[in-house]
Design a protein around this ligand. Structure first.
Ligand code: GUE
Length: 287
């Protein structure tokens, strides 16, 4: 048996079509949604991600607001850019591309973002609202995973989910999202301190791996027919000496799983589609 691939790229394209229609409706009200990005430094990976976000914006008719600072930028320079975007009425939401250079205080930067303009859903106020069960801008990757499973009829209600990873951008908020009343999954949150990881993953209907450890989930750790979601993205040097990205799921898992969200082509494109969704929602609600 080979797993059915849940195609995040195709689903993201569908969502972008839906967003294009919503952006058109906003245009009729004289509103153009705007997404801001703040990029500090010249890391090629970060530049590529930010460029991708602006391409996505162009595809659906969202205006791009790009701010760039040099690698040696000071906290004061960064503060000034965030203050400016907070005040810009054409910017409905923005993100600070992570990671920031070491001299900058990431927590301080994230807390300076106006929570109402938090396109990533990573502001402490919005994570707090998620804990309390309100409906804040949701973190893009967790929201993208839930949306992908929903659109492919993977039931969450009553499902046993083994979630591997407790990071602030994926594991921790995804656990909160999946255990809301509207999702009603039962989640076991596993991490580096988990003693027998395989014992947890083998019990699960859905295994979601967001650990950043290439090949962590192997075929023997998955019950046949389970749904597996690969959130890992780690840059490795291949045998040919070239850099490439690899996920957390061993390729042999595809022989055991019923459904597989692959990397690439799974969670990444969905994350980008949810960023656009967050911005369009902000633009729809703010006026
Ligand atoms: N403030 C902030 N927000 C982020 O959302 C954020 C960030 N910082 N820093 C870096 C990570 C990483 N990230 C990815 C998004 C999409 C793909 C993606 O679309 N990947 C493709 C493969 C690469 C490609 O083809 O471009 C895929 O999975 O198919 C990957 C990685 C967002 N991040």
């Amino acid at each position: 048996m080979t797993a059915t691939i849940l195609d995040g790229k195709a689903t993201a394209a569908e969502i972008k079509d839906e967003l294009r229609a919503r952006v058109k409706a906003l245009a009729e009200r004289g509103i153009t949604p705007g997404l801001g990005t703040v990029l500090v430094g010249e890391d090629p990976g970060s530049q590529a991600y930010v460029n991708g976000k602006h391409r996505d914006c162009a595809e659906v008719g969202i205006a791009s607001i790009r701010r760039e600072l040099p690698a040696d930028a000071t906290q004061e320079q960064l503060d000034a850019v965030l203050t400016e975007l907070n005040a810009d009425p054409g910017c409905h939401g923005y993100i600070v591309q992570l990671p920031l250079p070491a001299q900058l205080d990431t927590q301080r930067a994230l807390e300076m973002i106006d929570p109402e303009k938090d396109a990533d859903g990573l502001h402490p106020v919005n994570l707090g609202r998620l804990v309390l069960g309100y409906d804040p801008p949701l973190p893009c990757t967790p929201r993208g995973i839930v949306e992908l499973l929903r659109r492919h009829d993977v039931p969450l209600r009553g499902a046993k989910v083994a979630l591997v990873g407790r990071g602030n951008t994926v594991g921790r908020p995804l656990g909160l999202l999946l255990t809301r009343r509207s999702e009603n999954a039962t989640v076991t949150l596993c991490h580096t301190g988990t003693l027998d990881l395989a014992a947890h993953t083998r019990e699960a209907d859905i295994v979601i791996v967001a650990a950043g450890v290439p090949g962590l989930l192997t075929a023997d750790m998955v019950t046949p027919g389970a749904t597996v979601v690969d959130v890992g993205i780690t840059r490795v040097i291949g045998a040919d000496g070239k850099g490439r990205y690899t996920g957390d799921v061993d390729p042999e898992v595809a022989e055991v799983a019923g459904k597989l969200v692959p990397m690439p082509g799974g969670v990444g494109p969905m994350t980008r589609a949810m960023l656009l969704t967050n911005v369009v929602e902000r633009a729809e609600g703010q006026h």
